[in-house]
Design a protein. Structure first.
Length: 260
């Protein structure tokens, strides 16, 4: 069987607590009835705000949907006021965690060193990091891929074995009206997938694209990506459903191709 097509959603800080849980309840209903998610052909993960994570874990209990957190501390315990550790996140059932998002770098000064520490913290606690990498300025795909591979190597340096979800998010495309051109994304992600696939101790790892992603893009990207990382588009659960439909079709196509 081929690997599932991944679809992830981060709510950032757009929703309040009750709104987040209401959204999660609608997504849980969608996941239970969607054949692609129910069969495992499509893997869905959702990342609400911190306060809503425990409630989201309860809402999605019994489903295949993974719940994530938007950040974690580099340390597991200690005098770190306001931080949330990987130990706590793993204890309540968090399966994935965003690390290294461009907003964390730009707004909170997170460096490559901090990203590496947080990646290590996630993996040593059995949580798959959704490792956000990407170039700040549009360039040639080979140059963009080289910068992404540098960020990836830095983040994984010294980290424990475990699954890594690499989220390719060119910084210049985040929040833009349109995603990066499909041929550009494919060229960069093809290089990233080859590199990630060669890593040892990283079974189940994947490369997904984020940055103004929406319907139709996954089909355009074909087999050069493993899925999409969605933002505000997925606030509408009907729109999310359309992407899940597309992901299921892509997964079926990959399954057919693999059987030939």
């Amino acid at each position: 069987m081929t690997s599932p097509t991944l679809v992830g959603v981060s709510l950032k800080m757009y929703f309040g607590h009750r709104q987040s849980l209401d959204w999660c309840a609608r997504v849980a209903e969608l996941a239970h009835t969607h054949p692609g998610v129910a069969s495992g052909a499509v893997e869905l993960f959702v990342i609400p705000g911190y306060l809503s994570v425990p409630g989201a874990v309860e809402v999605f209990e019994g489903s295949r949907v993974l719940v994530g957190a938007q950040d974690l501390a580099s340390a597991d315990t200690g005098a770190f006021t306001g931080e949330v550790s990987g130990v706590e996140l793993a204890e309540i059932g968090v399966a994935v965690v965003e690390v290294g998002h461009a907003e964390r770098r730009r707004l909170f000064g997170e460096t490559d060193e901090i990203v590496a520490q947080k990646t290590a913290a996630a993996l040593r606690n059995g949580i798959a990091p959704v490792l956000c990498i990407g170039e700040t300025v549009k360039s040639e795909p080979a140059d963009a891929a080289a910068e992404c591979l540098r960020q990836l190597a830095s983040a994984l340096n010294g980290a424990a074995d475990g699954r890594v979800i690499v989220a390719y998010e060119p910084v210049w495309a985040i929040g833009a009206a349109e995603p990066a051109p499909a041929d550009y994304i494919r060229a960069v992600c093809a290089i990233l997938r080859e590199s990630v696939g060669s890593l040892t101790g990283r079974d189940g790892s994947a490369v997904i694209y984020g940055g103004s992603a929406g319907p139709g893009l996954l089909t355009e990207l074909g087999s050069d990506v493993d899925g999409l990382f969605l933002g505000r588009f997925a606030h509408d659960t009907a729109a999310l459903g359309r992407v899940l439909d597309e992901a299921a079709l892509v997964a079926a196509t990959h399954e057919t191709e693999a059987a030939r």
